[in-house]
Design a protein around this ligand. Sequence first.
Ligand SMILES: N[C@@H](CCC(=O)N[C@@H](CS)C(=O)NCC(=O)O)C(=O)O
Length: 193
Amino acid sequence: MKLHSFFITPNNRKVEAFIKHYDLPVEIHQVSFKDQEHKSPAFLKMNPMGKVPVLEDGDFYLPESNAILTYLARKFPETDSLPTDIRGRAQADRWLHWQSCHLMPAMGELKQAEDKDFDILVPLFQVLDGQLAGRDFMLDKLSVVDFAIGAYLMTKMARGLDYSPYPNLAAWRDRVMRLDGFVKTHVKLPPAA
Ligand SMILES: N[C@@H](CCC(=O)N[C@@H](CS)C(=O)NCC(=O)O)C(=O)O
């Protein structure tokens, strides 16, 4: 199995962190953005969107980071990282969709904005803080959801935010940052020239 990735972005890092955390037998191939490898005909056969990550499992190609996480969780059930009961699974899906539909667009908008108004994150952080009250992880125990959301709160921009008004979120973020998978995928970039 092979993951086509570009380590620096949260959608890729969440999958790389999951693979490394559970030491899964998945080769990680870093796509060359510089050479536009992700727009090549061979790559577009795997993902016509021309985006990473993509998981290659034999003749099966799967784009979309959260779909990859749940596929890997089911392929390797020993990770015990995705609930199997109908309601638990629905809650996992709910938070994965929340990450793609609410957290990612807000973070993306902020990244582009010249005058950064971080207030856009307040309702989202309040929701996370509420969910994490009395819980160590988003779904009580470690799951794909912690990887999906965690990666977004470890970007360069997210590292500069003040989490002190959200104590449950702050404690969870510290906990998740210390997971093996995130430690192993932490990249220190040189300061911009
Ligand atoms: N919803 C997709 C987003 C994938 C995505 O936007 N990938 C970006 C990197 S995070 C990419 O490949 N950008 C290169 C491009 O669009 O040319 C996912 O969760 O995997």
